[in-house]
Ligand binder design. Structure first.
Ligand code: GDP
Ligand code: GDP
Length: 436
């Protein structure tokens, strides 16, 4: 189910990214390991009490060489387009500025709930300074301090109070939801078009569909599919839609709503850093992943070309060792028919539940074969393993001391589980937990 989206807007230097980082906290991510990416993080999942949501720092979306006011205007529009609730951030030390008033004017025109935050209220006796902000017309301003972490709780309570009760599911469980991500020009739209070619039966009314304007539902061979956010791939209207950060944001939201993500590469151009970053997002989100090498028609081939290309992919995408690779051409439609069976397989594995008894046999056999690690004379003991969820399959392993579970041993167990059950196409997660 799609989580609510919260966007932070406001002029530069009011503290948007500081607050964003506070709210997001420490989240481990593959993507962050790729140099130069941490700083650009503008989208993340987050939690407040029992609420899960996604948050966008629109200040991180730089829009070309547009003048300052135009930039914040467009950032505010992105917030209106993308968010369910908007945090409008201002600076209590500077009071209400004309740029704040400009932002307010744009926000008035949206019918999204707005929570007005006055940042940099670092100590209680500064609270008087917030009264001016009532003039912006968004009701009670929330004094906060990003540097000291003050007031965030009350502000987030107000944000969460604006979350609408969740509607029913977008699509039924039997429908496979997938999206195509990749940098511009790798052939995503062409691939969608050839998938939706002559063979398709358009499903006009999937119960609960709320997004049919941007998604493409279809049916093939008795199976229903939805290609998520087809519109996001196609429309290139507003100025900000051509900016890289915005397309990343769009892709992240599509990933969020998908079961299976196709990471599309251009065979003719090879693999570049940006491809890795994009693939990292799909992995981090715990979606099933398929690597699609498009434009295979444009490559001069001999019988070894495919193997060589696959090896290159394995080298570049080591974290995606579970992802199948499909070579095809959206243009000539060659090998297009090989894609759907792989999507079906990945989707099935992503939702697979295994029997506890068999799981425990596999884990105990693994331990017998390769003894658990020790640290300072203390040995890791594994008592019991159980699958706690699907999409992706997640296993809790009860142990004596979770710190003794080394990364390499975790990897080993993961591989044994994969070999035993065949989780091709899906990440799996292992969580070591102390037995109480
Ligand atoms: P953004 O441009 O809106 O994303 O603003 P930043 O998060 O980059 O913050 C701009 C500056 O304000 C940085 O130097 C922050 O350290 C500082 N800042 C952020 N929050 C606070 C706060 O609560 N109090 C004070 N005094 N400074 C803050
Ligand atoms: P997108 O930006 O990822 O949606 O890419 P498009 O679908 O717009 O394709 C970009 C360009 O690549 C267009 O000129 C397509 O005709 C071309 N293209 C797409 N798929 C293929 C393919 O399989 N083979 C070749 N040779 N060109 C392709």
């Amino acid at each position: 189910m799609a989580k609510p989206v919260v966007a932070i807007v406001g002029r530069p230097n009011v503290g948007k990214s500081t607050i964003f980082n506070r709210i997001v906290g420490e989240r481990i991510s593959i993507v962050e390991d790729i140099p130069g990416i941490t700083r650009d993080r503008i989208y993340s999942s987050a939690e407040w009490l029992t609420h899960d949501f996604n948050i966008i720092d629109t200040g991180g979306i730089e829009i070309g060489d547009e003048p300052f006011l135009e930039q914040i205007r467009q950032q505010a529009e992105i917030a209106i387009d993308e968010a369910d609730v908007i945090i409008f951030m201002t600076n209590g030390r500077e009071g209400v500025t004309s740029a704040d008033e400009q932002v307010a004017k744009i926000l008035y025109r949206s019918n999204k709930p707005i929570v007005l935050a006055v940042n940099k209220v670092d100590n209680p006796d500064m609270k008087d300074q917030i009264y001016d902000f009532y003039a912006l017309g968004f009701g009670e301003p929330f004094p906060i301090s990003g540097s000291h972490g003050l007031g965030l709780g009350d502000m987030l309570d107000a944000v969460a109070a604006s979350f609408k009760p969740r509607e029913e599911k977008e699509y039924g469980d039997e429908v496979i939801k997938f999206s195509l991500i990749g940098r511009p020009n790798v052939g995503k739209s062409s691939l969608v078009n050839s998938l939706l070619g002559e063979d398709r039966v358009i499903v006009s009314n999937i119960a609960g569909t709320t997004r049919d304007a941007i998604d493409s539902p279809y049916k093939y061979d008795g199976q229903e599919y939805v290609i998520i956010d087809t519109a996001g791939m196609r429309k290139k209207g507003k100025v900000y839609e051509s900016t890289e950060k915005y397309s990343v944001l769009r892709a992240l939201r599509a990933i969020e709503r998908s079961d299976v993500v196709l990471v599309v590469l251009d065979a003719d151009e090879g693999i570049i850093e940006q491809d890795k970053k994009i693939a990292g997002y799909a992995h981090d989100a715990g979606r099933a992943v398929i690597i699609v090498v498009n434009k295979w028609d444009a490559v001069e081939k001999d019988e070894k070309t495919m193997d060589r290309f696959e090896k290159k992919i394995r080298d570049h995408f080591q974290f995606l060792d579970y992802a199948p690779v499909v070579f095809l051409s959206a243009l000539t439609k060659k090998r297009i028919h090989t894609l759907l069976p792989v999507i079906n397989m990945a989707s099935e594995n992503h939702a697979m539940r295994v029997q506890s008894s068999v799981l425990n046999e596999v884990v105990m056999d693994a331990v017998a074969m390769n003894p658990t690690p020790t640290d300072h004379g203390k040995r890791l003991k594994i008592f019991y393993a159980t699958q706690v969820s699907v999409k992706p399959p997640t296993f809790v392993v009860f142990v004596n001391e979770p710190e003794l579970m080394h990364f390499s041993y975790e990897r080993f167990l993961e591989n044994r589980i994969r070999e035993a059950f065949g989780f091709e196409g899906t990440p799996i997660r292992l969580i070591a937990r102390a037995r109480k």
